[in-house]
Write a protein that binds this ligand. Structure first.
Ligand SMILES: Cc1cc2nc3c(=O)[nH]c(=O)nc-3n(C[C@H](O)[C@H](O)[C@H](O)COP(=O)(O)OP(=O)(O)OC[C@H]3O[C@@H](n4cnc5c(N)ncnc54)[C@H](O)[C@@H]3O)c2cc1C
Length: 412
C-alpha cells in the first residue's frame, strides 16, 4: 500500500507525540506517526520516572524544563482537551546539600529564569518533611555498616517540581493527536528512508508499505541510531541506548508527613512518591549506573539487578527510616538514550534535507517533551505560537559542537 503525508514522525513515545500534536495545532500539514509497537509506551517513556524538576547547569536547559513543565501544569490547555487523564502532581523537589555552602547562588539564578526555589537549613527541612534524615554523610554501601549521622547541609527546594503518570500522558497525547487529525499507525516500523538529491522523499515500512513525504522526524528514542543509519546520515553523536534500573516499594507504615521528590547526592539516589503517595520509586544519580549500553534495544533485561536493589534500598532506608522488606518490592529496567559526547540532546534539521532529529535525551526527555514538541514544530512549520520556547534553536542543533560539562551523569 502506498500513502503520503506532509510529515512522518517515527516513534510514538512522548517526544514524537508532542511534536506531532504541536505541528497539527499550528498548521494544516498532514501528520502521520509510525509506531512499531502494539501501543505507545514500549520505549523509554513507558518506564520513565517522569520527574519534572527545573535545575540544570545550562540556562537554556532550565528554560526548556520550565517550558516543558508548564505544558504539564496546564495540561488541558496544552492538549486543547477538556478532561485529560494526566494530572500534574506537584510535590516539590528537594536537593539535599552536602555542606552549608551547597547550591550557592542557585535560588537567585533559578529565580531570574522564573523558577521558584528556596534554601532550607536542617530545621526548615525537618519541619516540611519530618520523615527525611538530614545526614550529609555517604552511607557505607560496601559494608552496609551504620555510621554516626551528621547534619549541617544547606538544601534547595524547587517548589513547583512534580511528576506525571507517563501512561496517562501517553493516552492523553494519543487522543489529542487524533482529535487534531494526526494519523497514528501502530505495528508500523520504518525501515527504509528514501531520498534523492540530498532530500527526503519517503519511507519504506517493514510490512512492505511505502509512504511518500518530504519531512521525517526521528523520534525513535533508543532506536534512533538505526533510523540514522537507514537515512545514511553521517552522525557524529554517540547516542547510546542505556539500561537504567528502578526500584519501587510500598510506602513504609508510620512514616510521618509528605515525601517530596528528592535528589540525594550523598547516597547517589533520587526518589519520588508514586500512586498517590502509597508507593516510592527509587533510581540512581550515579554515572556508574548509566554504563550498561545496549546494542539491541529490543532485547535487554527488564528487571533490576539484586545488587542494585539492595544498594538503593539501603540508601533509601538511611534517608527515610525502616523499610518493610516483607512487603512486595518491585523492580524494572528501561532504556534511555545517552549522548555520550555531552549528555545533551540533539534537535533539529540534519544534512539530509527534510530529515529532523529529536534524540539523546538521557533522563530528561519526559519533562522536556512539551517544550521540544513546540520547538521542533516551530522549526518544521516556520510558525511560532505564544508559549513556544525562546531558546535559540542552534543551542541543541545537530551541527553544534559538544558542550564542555562538569558531570556526565543525569545531574548535568
Ligand atoms: C527508567 C527511566 C527513568 C527516567 N526518568 C526520567 C525522569 O524522571 N524525568 C525525565 O524527564 N525523563 C526521564 N527519563 C527519560 C525519558 O523518559 C525519555 O527521555 C523520554 O521518554 C524519551 O521519549 P522518546 O519519545 O524520545 O522515546 P521513546 O519513549 O523510547 O519512544 C520511541 C518510540 O519509537 C518507536 N520506534 C523506534 N524505532 C521505530 C521505527 N523504526 N519505526 C517505528 N517506531 C519506532 C519505539 O517503539 C518507541 O515507542 C527516564 C527514562 C527511563 C528509561
Amino acid at each position: 500500500m502506498s500513502q503520503s503525508a506532509d510529515v512522518v514522525i517515527v516513534g510514538g513515545g512522548v517526544i514524537g507525540l508532542c511534536v506531532a500534536l504541536s505541528i497539527a495545532q499550528r498548521s494544516r500539514l498532514s501528520v502521520t506517526i509510525l509506531e512499531k509497537g502494539l501501543a505507545t509506551g514500549e520505549g523509554s517513556t513507558g518506564a520513565s520516572s517522569a520527574v519534572c524538576r527545573f535545575r540544570y547547569s545550562k540556562q537554556e536547559m532550565v528554560e526548556l524544563a520550565r517550558d516543558g513543565i508548564a505544558g504539564y501544569q496546564n495540561w488541558a490547555d496544552y492538549l486543547k482537551c477538556s478532561s485529560p487523564l494526566g494530572k500534574y502532581q506537584r510535590h516539590g523537589n528537594v536537593w539535599l546539600g552536602l555542606n552549608r555552602h551547597a547550591y550557592e547562588g542557585e535560588v537567585e539564578r533559578l529565580g531570574k529564569l522564573g523558577v521558584r526555589a528556596s534554601y532550607l537549613d536542617d530545621a526548615a527541612l525537618s519541619e516540611l518533611y519530618p520523615a527525611l534524615n538530614r545526614c550529609v554523610r555517604r552511607p557505607k554501601f560496601e559494608t552496609g555498616e551504620a555510621h554516626v549521622c551528621r547534619g549541617g547541609g544547606r538544601h534547595l527546594l524547587e517548589f513547583d517540581s512534580g511528576y506525571m503518570e507517563p501512561g496517562d500522558v501517553l493516552v492523553d497525547l494519543v487522543n489529542a493527536c487524533r482529535a487534531h487529525g494526526v494519523t497514528i499507525r501502530f505495528r508500523s516500523e520504518a525501515t527504509v528512508i528514501k531520498q534523492s538529491g540530498g532530500t527526503v522523499k519517503g519511507l519504506g515500512l517493514a510490512d512492505g508499505d511505502r509512504i511518500t513525504t518530504g519531512v521525517i522526524v526521528n523520534a525513535a528514542g533508543p532506536w534512533c541510531g538505526r533510523l540514522m543509519l537507514a537515512a545514511g546520515i553521517d552522525n557524529p553523536w554517540p547516542l547510546l541506548p542505556t539500561r537504567v534500573q528502578i526500584v519501587q516499594i510500598d510506602r513504609p507504615d508510620g512514616l510521618e508527613g509528605n515525601i517530596p521528590i528528592c535528589a540525594d547526592p550523598a547516597s547517589g539516589i533520587y526518589f519520588r512518591p508514586a500512586r498517590d503517595g502509597h508507593q516510592i520509586i527509587v533510581g540512581s544519580l550515579l554515572e556508574k549506573d548509566e554504563r550498561e549500553h545496549i546494542t539491541n534495544p529490543d532485547s535487554f533485561l527488564r528487571l533490576a539487578d539484586d545488587k542494585f536493589i539492595r544498594e538503593k534500598l539501603f540508601a533509601l532506608e538511611r534517608r527515610i527510616g525502616k523499610i518493610d522488606y516483607s512487603k512486595t518490592i518491585r523492580s524494572y529496567s528501561g532504556l534511555y538514550t545517552i549522548n555520550k559526547a555531552d549528555v545533551h540532546p540533539v534537535i533539529g534539521p540534519t544534512p539530509l534535507s527534510g530529515f529532523y532529529v529529536a534524540n539523546g535525551f538521557s533522563g530528561h526527555g519526559f519533562k522536556l517533551a512539551p517544550a521540544i514538541g513546540r520547538l521542533l514544530a516551530a522549526q518544521i512549520t516556520s510558525k511560532s505560537l505564544p508559549g513556544d520556547p525562546q531558546i535559540e534553536p542552534e543551542f541543541l542543533a545537530f551541527d553544534r559542537a559538544p558542550f564542555r560539562i562538569e558531570t556526565n551523569s543525569v545531574l548535568a
